[in-house]
Design a protein around this ligand. Structure first.
Ligand code: GLN
Length: 194
């Protein structure tokens, strides 16, 4: 059984721990480099990406995260987590660091403000059983992807799910729906690489 960490600096950590456990992984919070070293994969939750990036610097996690990503750690980021995985950011804060990992340009807050948050059905390539429920909360979208990244879902003409090798990102929050198919998809990715 894969051990999957949830980056627990900020954001909806608990919801991801529950969804991962429901998708048959062993899930645990990760705050420190020693904890990061012990997991087979990592989820970066939704939350607020500028705060998350500041805390990653404060906790000495930025370089360890970049190193493990570079050495092939499977990672799944939702919303703020997608922003963290972008090689390039639009509408980010000036001092905002991302980890990178997917050759994509992500536009922060692209779907509008908090009160323009919404839910929509999203067809997800590789996931059976009908569309998944997308919860979009001040969500980013993917403006463009490089040749090695694969678009898995779009909504209203905008890319909202991307995979590049072992790294997966969604604009929306499957951890808030009780439907664990996207988490199960990620757990399968992790198992395939173990
Ligand atoms: N807008 C947030 C950010 O920039 C992301 C929102 C979310 O994770 N729900 O980090």
């Amino acid at each position: 059984t894969p051990v999957i960490g949830v980056l627990a600096l900020q954001g909806d950590v608990r919801e991801h721990l529950i969804a991962l456990a429901a998708a048959d992984a062993v899930a645990r919070p990760v705050r420190r480099p020693e904890e990061l070293a012990e997991v087979d994969a990592l989820v970066i939750p939704g939350g607020e990406s500028t705060t998350m990036s500041k805390l990653a610097v404060l906790f000495g996690m930025l370089e360890p995260l970049r190193e493990r990503l570079a050495s092939g750690l499977p990672v799944y980021g939702t919303c703020a987590g997608m922003i963290m995985l972008a090689d390039k950011l639009l509408d980010g804060r000036e001092d905002q660091e991302t980890l990178g990992g997917i050759d994509m340009i992500v536009r922060r807050n692209a779907f509008g403000r908090q009160n323009e948050s919404f839910e929509a059905k999203v067809d997800f390539a590789g996931i059976e059983g009908g569309p998944v429920e997308g919860v979009f909360i001040r969500a980013p979208w993917v403006e463009s992807v490089g040749a090695s990244a694969e678009v898995l879902a779009t909504y209203d003409g905008h890319t909202v799910a991307v995979r590049q090798g072992n790294v997966l990102a969604t604009s929306f929050h499957p951890e808030l729906t009780g439907d664990v198919r996207v988490h199960a998809y990620f757990v399968d990715m992790v198992r395939a690489g173990l």
